[in-house]
Write a protein that binds this ligand. Sequence first.
Ligand SMILES: [Zn+2]
Length: 244
Amino acid sequence: MIDLPSPNHDERPAGIAVDMLILHYTGMRTGQAAIDRLRSEAAKVSSHYVVEEDGAIFRLVPEQRRAWHAGVSFWRGREALNGSCIGIEIVNPGHEFGYRDFPALQMAAVCDLCLEILSRHPIPARNVVGHSDVAPDRKEDPGEKFDWEGLARNGVGLWPHDMPDLGFGGAARDEVRDAASLRPVRAALATIGYRIVPEGPLDPGLSIVLRAFQRHWRPEAITGQADAGTLARLLAVASLADGP
Ligand SMILES: [Zn+2]
């Protein structure tokens, strides 16, 4: 762990406990460029940690302080999530500059770091999410190449096991568009944590949220459609996320 302090942080709001972990990719050409930006006073952005592709971990902001990475955000009824969360930036050029696989060494470092954070704070598995989950209309990170399933296997975040293999070729045939058929889809997305209106046909807003869900929990096909496979995965994740 290497300390590279950033000036971009402030006090967490009074009475707010840390109970979320938000994962990002850096989305810049190099890790160094991202670290420079996260430490630039002018940029006014930061994260608690940065994980390089070789597995090196940098600490930019102390966990007890609020880092500035989520922006306008929503999860499980709450907004302005920076106040209650810890943010990790994972080096990857992202969709804009050549999205590539996250190396195994990097994923192992991310996993170890998350486990350490989870040992220090009461963060439920359903509150370990991606930037795209809390800001689906603006963000795609850390994206569909990120190994959420592997993390969950190690105790970080939610993943439904024992899911039947439904394939993903049926999107066009099985897609669901009308308001009545979409009711369970909207309900499941809301239970998991997404901001969703309870009723309506397949509109662009719902498609964007379905894409965010697929990036995290059904990365085989990011279609924005409520096909049968997506619905099955949705209901499975929602049943894991449900509860007070
Ligand atoms: Zn991000």
